[in-house]
Design a protein around this ligand. Sequence first.
Ligand SMILES: Nc1ncnc2c1ncn2[C@@H]1O[C@H](COP(=O)(O)OP(=O)(O)OP(=O)(O)O)[C@@H](O)[C@H]1O
Length: 315
Amino acid sequence: MAIEDLTGEEACELVALYDADKIYGKRKVLQNLTLAVVAGQCTALVGKNGSGKSTLLRMLAGLTRPTSGRRWVRSEKLVTGYVPERFPPFSFTPAEFLLSAAEVRGIDKAAAEKEMNGFLEQLGMDRFVHVRMTQFSKGMLQKINLIQAMMGGPELLLLDEPLSGLDVKAQEDLLRVLVSLKRDGTAIVMSVHESTLIEQIADRVLLMKNGQVVQETRGDRLAAPAVTRIVLRGLDPAAVREISAHSGVANYEIRMDVCEMEAWSDSTDLIIREILDSGGSIVSVIPQEGMGIHLREWLQPSELLTEGDLYKCLP
Ligand SMILES: Nc1ncnc2c1ncn2[C@@H]1O[C@H](COP(=O)(O)OP(=O)(O)OP(=O)(O)O)[C@@H](O)[C@H]1O
């Protein structure tokens, strides 16, 4: 499809890559990447160090061009916030740095000051507004790094390891801010190692390996318990419905004389027994590993909001 022909749902796309490669010297660090970023959607990039996450974020930001393939952007005026992996301890105060960054981006001074103070307060940094950043810890610098990207109402927010250096309280504060931006329609793409951040905010998770997206899953599937797909025959719909009323059945679909059921893995034996006892026969039983299980190898658990429901914390 020609990019110029995007209509309907695709019109929500803010930026997209088509068959994009990035080559440094002889090394292909991104290969055949095709992906679109949609307003209000949060995408998490997961993968080992060197798998290409930062390069992909820079390419989406327009900071590096594809060696081949294309980057499409809805408008050259797309308001984009970018949080680089490293943020140096500039010898400015947050007020000096953030307000001049806002001025460069054409944000009105009074509005910038109001927005800056709001973010500083939300991230517990308001006391340090006039302190030189050379005295800041890694976590404090990261908060300023995040604020510079979030100011000016970005339509697209690109975050390279946003939780880096933040303590648990700061992670929770940031998560609240990100959820609220996402609710207002900001698209977020972030490289991330913490599973809880993904579970709380990501709509989709892309697993990267050697510069390619090798797996894609929904963010909420990461936390979902494993299921078993059971295909059965020989039961009438009433008998299927009766078994499906069991809490161990996640969902089912009847097609002609065959029924496909998804059972929570820990109920598989019980459900199969009920099917056989009711006179049905089993065609196949396939455990659904789900991508979450593969993805978890690449993620660290985090203490972030392990018990709370994030949405309950929101104002
Ligand atoms: N400007 C550059 N010149 C040469 N090689 C580069 C450049 N930028 C990145 N690379 C290489 O591209 C590969 C992918 O790097 P990238 O930083 O995108 O990976 P990453 O998944 O973000 O890793 P990390 O989590 O360590 O940041 C690495 O091998 C890196 O050394």
